[in-house]
Write a protein that binds this ligand. Structure first.
Ligand code: NAD
Length: 351
């Protein structure tokens, strides 16, 4: 049984914690937080041990009636693997402490690539993670793109890809994020950083990304164009994407034609927190012009990297090979929305 500690208990940290609880071969060693909060109190009520990220902050927890099991270093020592889900840029500052104590760590996409021995997502680079001590799960946007481009590149010779990322301004619990009434190229300089990670992990598919930030908290929307060496068949592509457990091919004719509608769908199927872990590709958007394939996809940014964090924990702990590891994660979380896929895409892809 792998003991996994989670340092940073916000949007990503609390979801990864719940996903660890769902794995039959893992258990939560504890969580570390910087300051008292309602979510820390809720975790304590569920019997999860709470550690103080700052020694100076320990008294604040006690003043708030929250029992502390010790400083974060003790959590690191009692864990076989640490998931660091602290705000962007903090994780890499913690790496020397994890290395000193000999505990392997999973960082998040907000950290610089060179802070880790390897970056991973979906089916890309999981093998490299098996020999690393510090692994970074790439950002939610990059993960979403890799889940679509990776399987296509496995099956077809591709010339390259281009994606425009329409990014949510902030998560629902971040009232200080914007914009309020604007659309912001983010960054103005091109390509955006997502392409760097993708091109490192998928070097044969030269990808260019451009990102803008909009006043929305729900999800990210991607407009993707993939160039094939030969003209692709849209029906074959639809079937292939439908076979990927971490892609949800949104059926046409059901009115699920907005990010809001997808959010409500996640709540209706009673997923924890309404989370949709899968990359959501609109089946109706898949179109071919010449050698180019076009599609729209949506990314639930608060949760889509959670399965990849679980894969990374197994990989860094020297667990099963990549395909089996992903299969175990999918099964334990209940990933795959095949019963909601269009019937015509369920038959095997042939070409
Ligand atoms: P968050 O702000 O929601 O949560 C961070 C948590 O860490 C908070 O509970 C905060 O109190 C705590 N914290 C702050 N400083 C700390 C410290 N020094 N030690 C321990 N805990 C500390 O952040 P998030 O959105 O969960 O992002 C975490 C990481 O995941 C970032 O690298 C981010 O780029 C990445 N990420 C975020 C999203 C997203 O959409 N939210 C998606 C994918 C990846």
């Amino acid at each position: 049984m792998l003991r996994v500690g989670v340092n940073g208990y916000g949007t990503i940290g609390k979801r990864v914690t719940d996903a660890i609880i769902d794995q039959p071969d893992m258990r939560v060693a504890g969580i570390a937080k910087r300051s008292p909060s309602l979510d820390a109190a809720a975790a304590r009520e569920r019997g999860i041990d709470l550690f103080a990220a700052d020694r100076d902050g320990q008294a604040d927890f006690e003043d708030a009636g929250l029992a502390i099991a010790g400083p974060v270093e003790e959590l690191v020592d009692r864990s076989d693997v640490i998931v660091d889900a602290t705000p962007a840029g903090c994780g890499e500052e913690h790496v020397p402490m994890y290395r000193r104590r000999g505990t392997p760590v999973i960082l998040q996409g907000g950290e610089a690539a060179d802070a880790a021995d390897a970056s991973l997502t979906g089916r890309l680079n999981t093998d490299a993670a098996r020999s690393a001590r510090v692994v970074r799960v790439v950002s939610c946007n990059t993960t979403g793109l890799a889940r679509t481009l990776g399987p296509l590149a496995d099956r077809f010779p591709l010339d390259g890809a281009q994606a425009t990322l329409i990014r949510r301004g902030g998560d629902p619990d971040q009232p200080d994020r914007g914009p309020i009434d604007d659309i912001v190229p983010d960054p103005v300089t091109l390509p955006s950083h997502h392409a760097r990670d993708l091109n490192r992990m998928l070097p044969d598919v030269h990808t260019v990304t451009m990102a803008v930030r909009v006043p929305c908290t729900r999800m990210h929307l991607h407009a993707v164009t993939v160039r094939f060496e030969q003209p692709p068949d849209a029906r074959v592509i639809r079937r292939q994407l439908a076979e990927e457990p971490r892609i949800f091919l949104i059926p046409g004719g059901h009115g699920a034609d907005s990010l809001g509608a997808l959010t409500v769908f996640g709540e209706d199927i009673a997923r924890p927190r309404g989370d949709i872990w899968e990359t959501c590709v609109w089946a109706e958007s898949i179109a071919v012009t010449g050698r180019e394939l076009h599609l729209f996809q949506a990314i639930d940014q608060r949760c889509n990297v959670v399965p990849e964090n679980i894969d990374a924990i197994r990989a860094i702990a020297g667990g099963p090979g990549p395909a089996e590891g992903r299969g175990r994660t999918n099964e334990a979380l209940g990933i795959g929305l095949t019963e909601h896929q269009p019937a015509t895409t369920r038959e095997p892809a042939t070409r």
